[in-house]
Design a protein around this ligand. Structure first.
Ligand code: ADP
Length: 399
């Protein structure tokens, strides 16, 4: 079975074609600058790059170029589009209506439209990719895999905010959580690695990348997570503020004459480690800069690790017993120093990283000492494979 996985942003589209018989990536690619001058598609197969530089005024044109690239005689990997058995689409927000990946139908589309209010940039972009596939690949099933779905098992004590309950009832204001596809992948993979049933697995999954979230997983299900109504809550991130006193926002809006739209932009794009350091949102740049003595870069890194500690320790108490603390995402998989700094202080609870074992990037490894009370692991995430797996399962069930 061949599954195409599509992840649409407002002006970009990432794709991977999987041969699910072997769970192998046949080809992957990226379309940049959709609807902007300089659109281009870059497709990668093994070490070869195939680049198309042509105007792509919308997502339908971009998807059409993706299809051409997939069947291209020299650079493609399939001879006909009918070889694609199904398309899996990444969706950001399915709110309370979507609790699992779903074959696209009117109900799913209604939920996507309803929760666009909380993901105004992402849900419409994701929908554009879906519409293009419906138009250009009629009859091929489309599956939606949501970032929020995995977290729908959270109990009300972890998802409700401390404001008048009517805002939850009337507007759906609550914590939804994100990165669900990654946290689900990590849960399944960790259970497999530890030889445990998923239903018996308790872990703290730390997805640390440009966007970061930590999730407490109890009995294989999301119990609490650091992102909220939107991906702005929780850890400090590349350019997102994460947690702070909500009064900061009202103060700034009143005293600096900032509109709600500009405030949203400030909190999402100009804050985080980028805002604090004034150097970069990229953790490699920050680590280099801190090493050269840049104090603000060091402070940004320190805030990041302090917040991560708070969430991990809090979540360990929330779920009672923990099989593993798992690091993933660009930073979690690659930053040896950050993993060590985050878990420094946990020695008092008998949790300890082994410096030699920690000297790894990506893959799947236990990095704690043999007698650490809780295993610490690095597990590379694979959201695209998770989307392809869910798509395959649903399409097969639907047959
Ligand atoms: P996204 O959230 O966009 O998927 P990633 O998960 O790819 O992002 O994470 C990107 C982040 O990972 C960047 O801040 C990058 O600096 C960081 N990163 C990647 N490699 C390293 C490394 N070797 N050391 C420290 N940070 C790294």
């Amino acid at each position: 079975m061949k599954i195409l996985v599509i992840n649409c942003g407002s002006s970009s589209l990432k794709y991977q074609l999987f041969n699910m018989d072997k769970e192998e990536v046949m080809v992957k690619g990226l379309v940049e600058r959709i609807g902007i001058e300089g659109s281009r598609l870059i497709q990668e197969k093994d070490d070869d790059k195939y680049i198309i530089e042509e105007s792509m005024k919308d997502h339908t044109e971009a998807v059409s170029h993706v299809f051409n690239a997939l069947v291209d005689k020299e650079n493609g990997v399939i001879s006909e589009l009918s070889e694609i058995d199904a398309v899996g689409h990444r969706f950001v927000h399915g709110g309370e209506k979507i609790t699992a990946s779903s074959i696209i139908n009117d109900e799913v589309k209604d939920a996507i439209n309803e929760y666009t209010k909380f993901a105004p940039l992402h849900n419409p972009a994701n929908l554009m990719g879906l519409k293009a596939c419906e138009e250009l690949l009629p009859g091929t099933p489309n599956v939606a895999v949501f970032d929020t779905a995995f977290h729908q098992t959270m109990p009300s004590k972890t998802f409700l905010y401390g404001i008048d309950y009517k805002y939850y009832e009337e507007d759906g204001i609550r914590k939804y959580g994100f990165h669900g596809t990654s946290h689900k992948f990590i849960t399944n993979k960790t259970a497999e690695l530890l030889g445990k049933d998923v239903e018996d697995l308790n872990i703290i999954s730390c997805h640390l990348g440009n966007g970061s979230s930590i999730t407490a997983i109890k009995n294989g299900k999301s119990y609490d997570t650091s992102m909220g109504l939107t991906p702005l809550e929780g850890l400090i991130m590349g350019t997102r503020s994460g947690d702070m006193d909500p009064a900061v926002i009202t103060y700034l809006m009143e005293n600096k004459n900032i509109s709600p739209k500009d405030m949203e932009n400030l909190l999402n794009k100009e804050s985080g480690v980028y805002g604090v350091s004034g150097v970069s949102s990229d953790f490699r740049d920050l680590e280099d800069s801190a090493k050269e003595g840049n104090e603000r870069a060091q402070i940004a890194l320190d805030i990041f690790q302090t917040r991560a500690k708070r969430y991990i320790a809090g979540y360990m108490a929330e779920i009672g017993s923990v099989d593993a603390i798992v690091f993933t995402g660009g930073i979690g998989e690659n930053s040896i120093n950050m993993r060590k700094d985050i878990l420094d202080g946990f020695q008092q609870f008998g949790i300890e990283i082994d410096d030699e074992k920690n000297n790894v990037r990506g893959g799947a490894h236990v990095i704690s000492t043999d007698d650490s009370k809780v295993k610490v692991m690095v597990v590379a995430t694979n959201e695209e494979l998770m989307i392809a797996r869910d798509t395959k399962e649903l399409v097969e069930l639907d047959k």
